[in-house]
Design a protein. Structure first.
Length: 339
C-alpha cells in the first residue's frame, strides 16, 4: 500500500473530490486525511446515486472501511463539521487533530466585513483569513479547546505515520488549487495559505519521504470563483454553449470558465512534482465522452488528452468522463499493473 497526495493544478474545482473518492474505492486505504484550508473549500462526490457536498469530511467517506481524519493544518468550523458528521454517519470513524485551529464566529464576521476580502478578492467569507491570522499570532483556539469536538480528537500525525509504517495505505486530500496558493498563485487573489502537495503533507504531519505518489488534478476547461486574473477566460455564452454552467459548492456564485492553460499547468507540474496526472471533465470537450469508463475515448476527447500530454511532456493517468466516482478511465491500473 502507498501514501498518495491528491492536489489541484488550477483554480480549484478540478474534481479532486471525485478523484479522491475513486482512489479510496480502488486502493482501499486504511486512512484518508483531509489537508488544505477549511470549510470554504467544498468537494462534491457523486457515488451510489447520492451526491455529497463536503466541506470538512474527506471524500474517502465513500469507503466504509477507511478511517477519516482532519489534519492539524486544517481549519475547523465546529458547527459545519458536526453537521457533516451527522449527515454522513461517520461519527465512529472520524478523527480531528487536537491541534487544528478553530474558526470562531468572530472570524467569519471579520472576513465578511473586510472590504478588501469581500469586494476585491471576493473570498468565500468563511473566516479563513482571520483564523489563520489568529493562529499566526498564537491567539487562536484549537480543536482541543472545543468541548463538542472531544469525542473525535486524536493525534493525526501519529495515526498517519503509523499507517505509513504498517503499510496500511494513506490518502491525503488537498483543497483549493495551485492558482489559489498564497505563495505561487495569483496573489492577492488567492486563499490564505499555500495549496501545493508539500503543504498538504505538512498539514497532516507527513515528511516528504513518506509520500509515494502525488496526483495532480486538472480539468479540461478550468473554472474560477471570485476575482483575479484568468488569462484564458471565455465569455459566459461560450461556456453555456459547451454546457459549462457551474456554481461554487460553498458560495453559490457562478464559476468563471476558461480554456486549458498549458503555461499554468506546466508551473503546477514544476512545483508539485506529481508522479501522476488526472484530467477531468472530458465530457465538456465533447458530450460523447460522458460516462465512458473503458475502451477508447471519442476522437475529439482523445485528441484533447494528447494535446495536454504533449504540452506537459508526460502521460495522463486518470481521465474523468462524468460526475460519478467511477465515471473514469484508469490508465494507471490498466497500463502499470501495480494495483
Amino acid at each position: 500500500m502507498t501514501c498518495t497526495i491528491v492536489v489541484g493544478g488550477q483554480w480549484g474545482d478540478e474534481a479532486k473530490g471525485k478523484i479522491s473518492s475513486y482512489l479510496a474505492l480502488r486502493d482501499d486505504p486504511g486512512v484518508a486525511v483531509r489537508a488544505g484550508l477549511g470549510p470554504g473549500a467544498g468537494h462534491t462526490v457523486v457515488h451510489g446515486g447520492r451526491t455529497l457536498r463536503l466541506r470538512q469530511v474527506p471524500s474517502a467517506v465513500v469507503n466504509p472501511r477507511t478511517r477519516l481524519l482532519l489534519g492539524a493544518g486544517v481549519l475547523i468550523r465546529p458547527e459545519v463539521l458536526l453537521r457533516e458528521i451527522k449527515e454522513t454517519g461517520v461519527g465512529d470513524r472520524i478523527g480531528v487533530d487536537h491541534r487544528a485551529t478553530v474558526i470562531e464566529p468572530g472570524h467569519v464576521e471579520a472576513e465578511q466585513a473586510d472590504a478588501g476580502l469581500r469586494d476585491t478578492v471576493r473570498s468565500t467569507g468563511s473566516g479563513h483569513g482571520p483564523a489563520l491570522a489568529a493562529r499566526a499570532m498564537r491567539a487562536a483556539r484549537r480543536a482541543q479547546d472545543v468541548a463538542e469536538l472531544a469525542p473525535y480528537l486524536t493525534d493525526v500525525a501519529a495515526e498517519v505515520n503509523a499507517a505509513v509504517d504498517a503499510g496500511d495505505g494513506v490518502q491525503v486530500e488537498g483543497t483549493n488549487g495551485f492558482g489559489l496558493s498564497v505563495l505561487y498563485g495569483s496573489y492577492p487573489y488567492t486563499v490564505g495559505k499555500d495549496s501545493t502537495a508539500s503543504t498538504a503533507a505538512a498539514d497532516v504531519g507527513l515528511g516528504p519521504l513518506a509520500v509515494d505518489e502525488v496526483v495532480l488534478v486538472f480539468r479540461a476547461y478550468p473554472t474560477r470563483v471570485g476575482a483575479g486574473p484568468f488569462p484564458t477566460e471565455i465569455p459566459e455564452e461560450e461556456a453555456e454553449r459547451r454546457g459549462i454552467v457551474e456554481y461554487g459548492t460553498v458560495t453559490g456564485r457562478r464559476r468563471r470558465t476558461g480554456t486549458f492553460d498549458l503555461d499554468q499547468a506546466r508551473e503546477a507540474v514544476r512545483i508539485n512534482r506529481p508522479s501522476r496526472l488526472a484530467l477531468t471533465f472530458l465530457d465538456h470537450v465533447t458530450p460523447d465522452a460522458l460516462g465512458v469508463r473503458g475502451g477508447a475515448l471519442p476522437a475529439e476527447a482523445a485528441a484533447f488528452v494528447r494535446h495536454v500530454e504533449k504540452g506537459l511532456g508526460r502521460p495522463v493517468d486518470l481521465i474523468g468522463t462524468g460526475p460519478a466516482s467511477d465515471d473514469l478511465i484508469d490508465r494507471w491500473t490498466a497500463q502499470g499493473g501495480e494495483r
